[in-house]
Ligand binder design. Structure first.
Ligand code: TRP
Length: 384
C-alpha cells in the first residue's frame, strides 16, 4: 500500500485509501521523475482532485463511480509522457471531470463547469468550445464520453489545456457530419473531405489556453490495420517519413513481418483498432500534424514486453528510454510481467517543423490490473 501523499487535504486519522490518494501519489512521483517542481506538482494535484467532483474522495474499495472510457479498469484518469530528443519529457494527465455523474448530460454540464473555471483561472477564451455546444452536447447525449480534458503539466504552474469531445454524442450515425460541421465552424471549411477513410470518429480535440500554435484535432479509427495502411494515412503537408512510420508500427506491435510476404497477404492487427489523429492549425485546409496511436496493450503479453518494445522505439528515435521505466515505477510497484496495460498506447506524433515525438499513455490501474495474456493478438494475425 502506498503511503498517503502530503496534499494539504485533511487526513483525519487512519482511513481507507481513496481514488484521490491513488492518483495524487502517482502524480507526485511522476512529477519528481520528469523534474517538475514540488510546488507545480502540488498545484496540479489540487486542480486534478478539485475537478473530479467528489469522485476523488471515494474509497478505492468501492467500484468506480462510472464506467469511464478513459481506461480499461474505468479509472477516470490517465497519464502520458511525451518524449522528444534533447528535451525533458512532458507529463500530461487526461481526466473525465463528469465521472461521478449518472448520465452524459450531467457529465457534460460538470465538464463544462470545470473548463470554464480553468478559463477564468488562467484567463483564456472558451470561444471555440462555446461555438460547438449544440453539436456535442445535445439534449440526450450518447456516450462513451461527454467531455474529457487533458493538462500539459508545464513548469511554472500554467498548463496547456486540451478538451476532448464525442462526435457520436448525437448518435454514431451522425459522427461524420458532426466532425465536418465542427471543422467548418472553427474555420476549416472543407478540411473534412481531405481526411482519409475511417471506420469511426472517436474524438475531436481543441487546444485551449496558451499554445504557440493551437490545434483542432480529429481522431479516426482504423480496425485491421496493416503496416502499409499506417504509411498511407498521413495527410500532413510536410508528412512523416514512411520508413519511420513503418518502423514504429512494426516495433510497437512486436511484429516480425516476413520480408517475402506478398502484398495480397498483408497481415493486419486483430486487436483493438489503431487510431490516427490529424491536427489542423492556422485555418489551413491541410493538416499540419499527424499521429499514429497503437494500443500496444493488445499486442504484447505483459508490460515487461511492452517496455522492451517502447524502449527500443525511444532509443531508435533518439530519446532517453530510462525515463519510461522510471515512470512505470512511479505509477505502480507491481512486477511488470504480472499484468498488461500499464502502457495503454504508444503514439508517434509529427508536427510541422518539429522533431517527431513519441508519447506513452500510462494507466493508473486504480481499480484493476489486466492479467498477462498467454497469446498476443498479434500471433493470430491472419491473411486478409
Ligand atoms: N481508453 C480509450 C481507448 O483505449 C480512450 C483513450 C484513453 C485513448 N487514452 C487514449 C485513445 C490515448 C487514444 C490514445 O481508446
Amino acid at each position: 500500500m502506498t503511503p498517503p501523499p502530503e496534499t494539504g487535504l485533511p487526513t483525519a486519522g487512519p482511513r481507507e485509501a481513496t481514488l484521490g490518494d491513488h492518483v495524487l501519489g502517482q502524480l507526485r512521483r511522476l512529477g519528481a521523475t520528469v523534474g517538475l517542481s514540488e510546488a507545480d506538482t502540488a498545484l496540479y494535484g489540487q486542480i486534478l482532485i478539485g475537478s473530479l467532483s467528489g469522485a476523488a474522495q471515494r474509497p478505492l474499495s468501492l467500484p468506480p463511480a462510472s464506467p469511464s472510457f478513459i481506461s480499461d479498469d474505468h479509472t477516470p484518469v490517465e497519464f502520458s509522457l511525451a518524449c522528444t530528443p534533447d528535451a525533458a519529457p512532458g507529463l500530461r494527465v487526461l481526466v473525465e471531470p463528469g465521472c461521478a455523474t449518472s448520465d452524459m448530460t450531467d457529465s457534460a454540464r460538470t465538464g463544462l463547469k470545470v473548463i470554464r473555471a480553468m478559463a477564468t483561472r488562467w484567463d483564456f477564451s472558451t470561444g471555440q468550445l462555446d461555438a460547438l455546444e449544440d453539436l456535442f452536447f445535445p439534449a440526450s447525449a450518447e456516450g462513451p464520453l461527454a467531455l474529457w480534458y487533458a493538462l500539459d503539466l508545464r513548469p511554472g504552474g500554467v498548463p496547456g489545456v486540451k478538451v476532448y469531445l464525442n462526435p457520436s454524442a448525437a448518435g454514431t450515425e451522425h459522427a461524420a457530419q458532426t466532425v465536418q460541421e465542427a471543422l467548418h465552424r472553427l474555420g476549416y471549411g472543407n478540411a473534412f473531405t481531405g481526411l482519409p477513410q475511417a471506420a469511426g470518429y472517436p474524438f475531436i480535440a481543441l487546444d485551449l489556453g496558451t499554445w504557440k500554435v493551437p490545434r483542432v484535432k480529429v481522431y479516426l479509427r482504423h480496425p485491421r490495420m496493416s503496416a502499409d495502411d499506417a504509411c498511407a494515412l498521413s495527410r500532413a503537408t510536410s508528412g512523416p517519413a514512411e520508413a519511420a512510420i513503418r518502423y514504429f508500427f512494426n516495433e510497437a506491435t512486436g511484429a516480425t513481418w516476413p520480408p517475402e510476404q506478398e502484398a495480397e497477404e498483408m497481415q493486419r492487427l486483430l486487436g483493438r483498432p489503431t487510431l490516427t489523429c490529424h491536427a489542423f492549425t492556422n485555418r489551413e485546409a491541410e493538416p499540419s500534424g499527424f499521429t499514429l496511436h497503437i494500443p500496444v496493450r493488445d499486442y504484447v503479453r505483459n508490460d515487461e514486453e511492452a517496455l522492451v518494445q517502447a524502449a527500443a522505439l525511444l532509443t531508435r528515435f533518439g530519446m532517453d528510454p530510462s525515463i519510461l521505466n522510471r515512470s512505470l515505477r512511479a505509477l505502480s510497484r507491481r512486477h511488470l510481467a504480472d499484468g498488461v496495460g500499464l502502457i495503454a498506447y504508444l503514439a508517434l506524433a509529427y508536427e510541422r517543423a518539429r522533431p517527431p515525438r513519441i508519447t506513452a499513455y500510462l494507466s493508473s490501474e486504480a481499480y484493476a490490473v489486466r492479467p498477462p495474456q498467454e497469446k498476443r493478438l498479434l500471433d493470430e494475425l491472419s491473411a486478409r
